[in-house]
Design a protein around this ligand. Structure first.
Ligand code: PA5
Length: 433
């Protein structure tokens, strides 16, 4: 099976061999402390060996629960936000067909909520589930996140009304802390089927725990292949040197570019299925690195779509950015037809694969942006499979841990997200507990 690849092609003049050699030394030291789980915040480094040590009992439980959801529900509502949302959304969007009609061929349809506070969104959701057999997976490690909790109240009221309290409880699956928080108390009191989010894994590193795996399995995706990809990459990601560990090579390159004033990274995806993978990446890197007034701003773009909007800014705007392209090598076959009259002058592409044209658009963009002063690298995924996405998830988790630690911050906490909550609670008149 082919592996994901880091291609370091458009960096010359921006990153030298000496600069990389210099950063390789601290990387070895940090690697040591990470492996021994002695780095700052390492009490949350449980994701490091999760893929290779995943409990087969838990895996069977997740699969059996997913089977029940697939048999009993037309719709699965997945309620969660941030790390309790993005991994499942990214995986399902990456691997399932694009259009809702194609997804509705196989039960259940998956709808996400709890990731915003919009009444319009929730009213539309309540409309769309009317008359359908509904199950709910509510996901919150703290069990107190406002967006998820408000949404769960509304959805629970709907279920109670439709099914009656007792039956409604059978339709709810809670994924939360093993012993703390309101959701755990509720799950135990009401007898919900529940899964535990491990103490030593933070939200944005939790895609390969029941947080991500249950909704992903309920969508009919092979979670064993996802875990296998991550486990295979775990072996690579456990190497201490940037020559043999592509995740550390990526961290090293980002670090050198950042220290030279490139403080924005654009993750530019050349496949529309990658949109939410980019959103997952944005949260992983933003929450992990943005501390102590430091960090690379994680921006994303969807190409070729955004070449017709952001492209101008990347080519010609302020030169404070670098770019990481995310590509998928193998696509399905579709050829451009020939036209007799050639009225659109496109016959030079007749017989060519659309995927081939997309690959040339990528190559051209990488070259153009480089010559415009935007250094870039590429992560190539061989194909749209759970196995390769598993590799990619682990690649980025390793890379961000190293990158944050290299920059002198704790990559595993997120003290900054509390500030808005405090002010919002004050405005809403939340009583002190
Ligand atoms: O990565 C994180 O820790 C956060 O994004 C959380 O996942 C997010 O805030 C949701 O938290 P919770 O799972 O406690 O509802």
């Amino acid at each position: 099976m082919e592996n994901i690849r880091l291609i370091k092609s458009n960096l010359s003049g921006f990153v030298s061999k000496k600069e990389l050699d210099d950063v390789a030394k601290p990387i070895r030291l940090i690697h040591d402390s990470l492996q021994k789980k002695q780095c700052p915040g390492c009490e949350y480094a449980g994701w490091l060996d999760l893929p290779s040590s995943f409990s087969s009992r838990l895996l069977r439980d997740i699969e059996a629960t997913a089977r029940r959801v697939r048999q009993e529900a037309d719709v699965l509502l997945v309620l969660g936000i941030g790390g309790s949302y993005l991994g499942a959304r990214a995986t399902i969007d990456f691997l399932k067909p694009f259009f809702s009609e194609q997804r509705s061929d196989t039960k259940p349809l998956i709808y996400f909520a709890g990731q915003n506070l919009s009444a319009d969104y929730l009213n539309d959701l309540l409309q769309v589930i009317k008359g359908k057999k509904v199950m709910v997976n509510v996901i919150s490690k703290s069990g107190t996140t406002t967006e998820t909790a408000v949404t769960f109240r509304i959805v629970r009221q709907y279920l109670d009304r439709i099914y009656g309290k007792k039956k409604a409880a059978e339709k709810i699956i809670a994924t939360t802390d093993k012993s703390q928080g309101a959701l755990r108390r509720l799950a135990d009191e009401q007898g919900y089927k529940s899964f535990v989010i491990p103490d030593d894994i933070g939200g944005r590193f939790s895609v390969l725990t029941p947080v991500g795996l249950l909704p992903i399995a309920a969508a009919g995706i092979n979670i064993r292949a996802l875990l296998k990809g991550a486990a295979d990459f775990e072996r690579k990601g456990s190497k201490p040197d940037i020559k043999n560990n592509p995740a550390y090579a990526y961290a090293a390159l980002r670090h050198v570019l950042y220290t030279k004033g490139k403080n924005i990274e654009i993750l530019s995806a050349f496949h529309p299925s990658l949109h939410y993978v980019c959103e997952w990446w944005k949260q992983l890197f933003g929450e992990s690195e943005g501390k102590d007034h430091k960090g690379v701003w994680p921006a994303t773009a969807n190409f070729t779509t955004d070449l017709h909007s952001l492209g101008q800014m990347i080519q010609d705007g302020r030169r404070n950015m670098f770019e990481t392209f995310l590509t998928v090598k193998k696509e399905s076959s579709l050829k451009v037809p020939a036209w007799k009259d050639n009225i659109d002058n496109l016959n030079y592409l007749a017989g060519k694969e659309v995927g081939f044209i997309n690959s040339k658009a990528y190559e051209a963009t990488a070259k153009a942006h480089f010559s415009g002063g935007v250094p870039n690298l590429t992560i190539e995924m061989p194909a749209r499979t759970p196995y390769h996405l598993g590799q990619l998830f682990y690649f980025f988790e390793r890379a961000v841990a190293m990158s944050g630690l290299l920059n002198g911050v704790n990559p595993f906490n997120q003290p900054g997200v509390e500030a808005y909550k405090k002010k919002m609670f004050k405005l809403l008149g939340k009583p002190r507990t």
